[in-house]
Design a protein around this ligand. Structure first.
Ligand code: GLC
Length: 543
């Protein structure tokens, strides 16, 4: 009963409460604000919300530094507000997944405060310590250029603690059975409050056993199975969606050799080659990336995305490929980050509506679950004057009123974009709702269309040769249904041919506008692709 696997065809919308909508007028977004915007998300057509961390936090890494896993940070409201929000979301048929950030805690977490208090404290082994300064103390940083070390001296207990990320986020020791038990308690708590699963933060680092010195860390992939078993025992259809920017051959370890590991993983590999294709119109490496990640288990799934709340990570490209993407999408130094990425939003990066539509159409046509980021449905911009990744974390632009309709406060958690083409006076939900041809209305149509094409998430897919190095054609088949998509990465219009034999039909229906193509007397369908054009066709016998 694969079609019952909801996550295979979900459309996920990711948002950060902090910048989505401020209900109580204190300048920071909250559950009350989100509660009132659920109708908007429902009408947009998404069916799953991924909430960024909202638990108690000193907020030095956008909430990924958690100081108490069992509550709501007062800036975002109360646990009562969370339950109210969940109730309404469920009533509207919206599922909610939340971040599970258990690689590390904040250094303000009581566990760490205890752990560092003395070497014989019962919580000592909840974190990773070394008495000596490890030889690799300044290696393996996730944020090079900003982060200086991975082992830092704790003056109090005179030893070094490990932190894969910033020094204010010490790594939990997930080899410790007590820590694992506490993690199941955290999962159980939020499942009991109604969430449908977790976006699991920093998965490879959760699984590794770091050791001081230059040894290769041991990876505990079996731990993912343990987590999944617990999750499904508590809630049969709940899922884990993993953040793991790994090579295709490594991803098999995460899905599990029998498909009983993680349910979904973001396809970072294909993401990077998508941007390479958008930058150069050369789709060969993208095709290779798609094929390299093709074989997965029937119950496993890839999640596809364009941009997220972090930098666009291009670390998997060759230096030459990365340079080409930088040249096209992030030419200025201030647009780049951590020596590997671009800290811009999608719309300003691509710079024109045609390419934006192409990118979105492609993402929704990739064989997996699409994930969109708040604000991208209206083409929001970025603010490069903000530090690091904050550039892409500005408040949602609802209206042309004060603070973009995000908040009534005088001072906001992050400034709204108030200048230029991407200013809230120009780019906002209200204006786009009134405009038939707006990106918002186009995206709403795309989401509806994707929902009418379950074969994309469930079916078998192939790449068909188009004879053009810049045009990607994919076919999908599930049960009786057959779909074809074309994406033209080049600025030149082209005509492509598909034979009635290949298409399995002398008639094809363009699902975007219901126009029919009838094969000519030679048995060919000629498909016109505009500059950056995209077309989706269905063989009618298969509707
Ligand atoms: C993940 C998050 C990122 C965060 C990091 C540490 O990579 O996406 O925003 O800074 O984990 O939790």
């Amino acid at each position: 009963m694969l079609e019952l696997l909801w996550y295979k065809n979900a459309v996920i919308y990711s948002l950060d409460l902090e910048t989505f909508r401020d209900g109580n007028g204190d300048g920071t977004g909250d559950f009350d604000g989100l509660f009132n915007k659920l109708d908007y998300l429902h009408a947009l057509g998404v069916d799953t919300i991924w909430l960024a961390p909202f638990q108690i936090t000193p907020n030095k890494d956008n909430g990924y530094d958690i100081a108490d896993f069992y509550g709501v940070d007062p800036r975002h409201g109360s646990s009562g507000d969370f339950v109210n929000f969940m109730h309404k979301a469920n009533q509207l048929g919206l599922r909610v997944i939340i971040d599970l950030v258990v690689n590390h805690t904040s250094d303000q977490h009581p566990w760490f405060i205890e752990s560092r208090s003395s070497k014989d404290n019962p919580k000592r082994n909840w974190y990773v310590w070394s008495d000596e300064k490890p030889s690799d103390w300044d290696e393996g940083m996730v944020f090079p250029g900003v982060q200086k070390a991975t082992w830092t001296l704790d003056k109090k207990s005179k030893s070094y603690y490990f932190h894969r990320f910033y020094d204010f986020m010490p790594d939990l020791n997930t080899d410790n059975p007590e820590v694992r038990e506490e993690i199941t308690r955290i999962m159980g708590y939020w499942l009991q409050l109604g969430v449908s699963g977790f976006r699991m933060d920093a998965v490879p680092f959760v699984l590794e056993s770091p050791a001081p010195g230059d040894q290769e860390p041991v990876m505990h992939f079996e731990y993912l199975k343990e987590m999944r078993a617990f999750l499904q025992w508590r809630k049969g259809d709940a899922v884990l969606l993993g953040e793991a920017n790994v090579l295709p051959e490594e991803s098999k370890n995460y899905f599990g050799e029998d498909g009983e590991g993680i349910h979904l993983m973001f396809n970072f590999f294909v993401n990077q080659y998508t941007f390479y294709a958008l930058a150069t119109a050369d789709i060969k490496p993208l095709i290779e990336a798609l094929l390299a990640t093709k074989e997965i288990f029937p119950k496993s799934q890839w999640a596809y995305f364009l941009r997220n709340h972090d930098e666009l990570d291009l670390g998997r490209l060759t230096d030459e490929q990365r340079q080409k993407v930088f040249e096209r999408f992030g030419p200025e130094e201030q647009m780049q980050l951590y020596q590997r990425g671009i800290r811009r939003r999608l719309a300003p990066m691509l710079g024109n509506r045609q390419q934006l539509e192409l990118a979105y159409s492609l993402m929704f046509a990739l064989p997996g679950t699409p994930v969109i980021r708040y604000g991208d449905e209206i083409g929001m911009g970025d603010d490069l004057t903000l530090k690091e990744r904050d550039a892409v974390r500005t408040p949602m632009q609802w209206t042309r009123d004060k603070n973009a309709g995000f908040s009534k406060a005088d001072k906001l958690v992050h400034p709204v974009i108030g200048e230029g083409f991407y200013s809230y006076t120009h780019t906002n939900v209200e204006a786009q709702r009134r405009d038939q041809g707006s990106l918002l209305n186009w995206t709403t149509d795309l989401i509806r269309l994707r929902k009418e094409c379950p074969e994309i998430g469930l079916g078998d897919w192939q790449i068909l040769d188009t004879r053009f190095n810049s045009i990607l054609c994919m076919s999908y088949q599930w049960k009786e249904r057959k779909l074809f998509t074309w994406h033209n990465f080049s600025e030149k219009a082209q005509e492509v041919i598909i034979t009635a034999e290949e298409a399995g039909s002398t008639r094809l229906i363009d699902v975007f506008n219901n126009i029919e193509s009838v094969a000519d007397e030679k048995g060919n369908h000629t498909i016109l692709l505009e500059a950056y054009g995209y077309r989706w066709f269905r063989a009618p016998s298969s509707v």
